[in-house]
Design a protein around this ligand. Structure first.
Ligand SMILES: Nc1nc2c(ncn2[C@@H]2O[C@H](COP(=O)(O)OP(=O)(O)OP(=O)(O)O)[C@@H](O)[C@H]2O)c(=O)[nH]1
Ligand SMILES: [Mg+2]
Length: 272
């Protein structure tokens, strides 16, 4: 019988904040491991998500969109350890941030898979062709996709192109490995996502979240929100405790879904 060889690759996801990097990562690894929000600077550290099947194993690294300092991007890329970069664009937006990325790409030797995301929001598709011609002058594109990560449109060929071009290598992670995030961090991130969803303006950025029971072994998880002002505490609680109830209930549901077990979430707010 012919032996099937294994393929392994590491892929870095880059793009300015809010383009849909985390949405795409969650789609690619088929599990929601990176939080998503319409607010800026949602992802705060590199998050690894691993796609696994019998032959292919792909490590995707989701990055915070606020890393546009050239030095930080260079640091991330200096060892050339990635097989591909997925560079994500929000529709046809191109600013100095994308310009900086493209300058860096011209100095490194990693193939760029360019993704124009949020196609569902582009009404006049005629603008695409001139834009693609413009992009081709800016970036040496290995492959171009025009997709909607959120609505999973035109995403089928993504795996195809990636998998067909991965090196034949032994898998790096065990078969069940999905993410580098600990249970504690996952719980924290789920809560942060709901804080961003239900609280407005800058409040979400002013709350420090502490998870007391780090292991999901216990059914009870205690959360402390640390804030600096009594006023912030009042906003978080909301009228008739509506805000805090929404955050608690939705977070509890999301945590149960992720860990596939029933839990009880308690939230306290402390002023520090
Ligand atoms: N309409 C539409 N919205 C999308 C699409 N992909 C992502 N979004 C939305 O865009 C917003 C930002 O998505 P994220 O995945 O959090 O973006 P990000 O690039 O990870 O942002 P940072 O973590 O801040 O760097 C969210 O509200 C998503 O629901 C898409 O294909 N279409
Ligand atoms: Mg993100």
């Amino acid at each position: 019988m012919k032996k099937i060889s294994s393929c392994y690759g590491s892929i870095l996801i880059l793009g300015r904040t809010n383009v849909g990097k985390s949405t795409l990562l969650n789609f690619l690894v088929k599990k929601k491991i990176s939080i998503v929000s319409h607010k800026k600077n949602t992802t705060s550290s590199n998050i690894i998500g691993v796609y696994n099947n019998d032959i292919y194993q792909i490590e995707f690294i989701d990055t915070p969109g606020n890393i546009f300092s050239k030095n930080r991007i260079f640091n991330l890329l200096k060892n050339n350890q990635y097989d591909f970069i997925l560079f994500i664009l929000d529709k046809t937006k191109w600013s100095y941030i994308e310009e900086n990325f493209s300058k860096i790409f011209s100095k490194i030797n990693i193939p760029i898979i360019l993704i124009i995301n949020k196609i569902d929001q582009i009404k006049n598709k005629n603008i695409l062709l001139p834009y693609i011609n413009f992009l081709k002058k800016k970036i040496n594109i290995f492959h171009l996709f025009i997709i909607s990560a959120k609505y999973k449109l035109y995403t089928n060929d993504l795996y195809h192109i990636i998998c067909n071009n991965l090196p034949k290598k032994k898998h790096f992670y065990s078969k069940n490995y999905i993410t580098n995030q600990t249970d504690k961090v996952i719980i924290k991130e789920i809560i942060r996502e709901n804080i961003m969803k239900f609280l407005h303006k800058e409040i979400p950025y002013l709350i420090k979240i502490k998870v007391i029971f780090s292991k999901i072994l216990s059914d009870e998880i205690n959360i402390i929100f640390l804030v600096k002002k009594i006023n912030h505490k009042k906003i978080i609680i909301g009228k008739n405790s509506n805000n805090i109830k929404l955050i608690r209930n939705k977070s509890e549901q999301n945590i149960e879904k992720f860990f596939k077990k029933k839990i009880k979430l308690h939230i306290w707010i402390k002023i520090k």
